[in-house]
Write a protein that binds this ligand. Structure first.
Ligand SMILES: Nc1nc2c(c(=O)[nH]1)N[C@H]1C(S)=C(S)[C@@H](COP(=O)(O)O)O[C@H]1N2
Ligand SMILES: [Mo]
Length: 157
């Protein structure tokens, strides 16, 4: 954990990213965006219009109420241009997501579940959540892959 933090700090310094906030960054956005690199802390992400979404998931029992922001609002904020978002996670999970998902569906990046902040132990601090219960086509393994928990990076191309 310590060496990962150190490596992160070094790469941060080398890339000299724009810092959106003073608290520790939780999400690094790169690619074809304004400024090239933006790091967000949780406080800054909470300033995005808040959205809630109630849905079941493939990894929890029953329905839960997720709170976060719309992925398309974040992409708009960083002036993203491109068709594909590569999402990475703290556990080195990587998946490509077509940007069209975020136009077609109210996909959120959640930081709370049932009113409680998502901790690392429960898929946090950030989790991509699809409105699965509202669209039968989303109840598919192709979309399950895109529910990135421990989300830490988005690269738009
Ligand atoms: N960070 C992270 N997110 C992830 C994964 C993962 O390994 N790490 N697995 C994906 C896959 S393949 C699926 S089906 C769903 C549920 O994964 P789980 O059954 O391993 O919890 O989460 C997706 N999100
Ligand atoms: Mo999976």
């Amino acid at each position: 954990m310590r060496s990962r933090a150190a490596i992160f700090l070094v790469t941060s310094l080398l890339a000299a990213p724009l810092e959106a906030g003073d608290a520790p960054p939780v999400l690094r956005v790169t690619g074809t965006i304004a400024g090239g690199v933006v790091e967000f802390d949780l406080e800054t992400l909470r300033d995005l219009p808040q959205t809630t979404l109630e849905t079941s998931t493939v990894v929890t029992d029953g329905r839960h109420r997720f709170t976060g922001f719309l992925m398309r609002d974040l992409l708009h904020k960083v002036e993203a241009r491109g068709d594909t978002v590569t999402a990475t996670a703290l556990n080195d999970y990587v998946v490509e997501i077509p940007v069209s998902d975020f136009r077609d569906y109210d996909v959120i990046v959640a930081y709370a579940m049932d009113g409680k902040q998502l901790e690392r132990a429960d898929k946090g601090p950030l989790w991509i959540v699809y409105p699965r219960d509202d669209h039968s086509e989303l109840q598919d393994i192709r979309f399950d892959y895109r529910w990135v928990w421990h989300l830490s990076g988005l690269d738009i191309r």
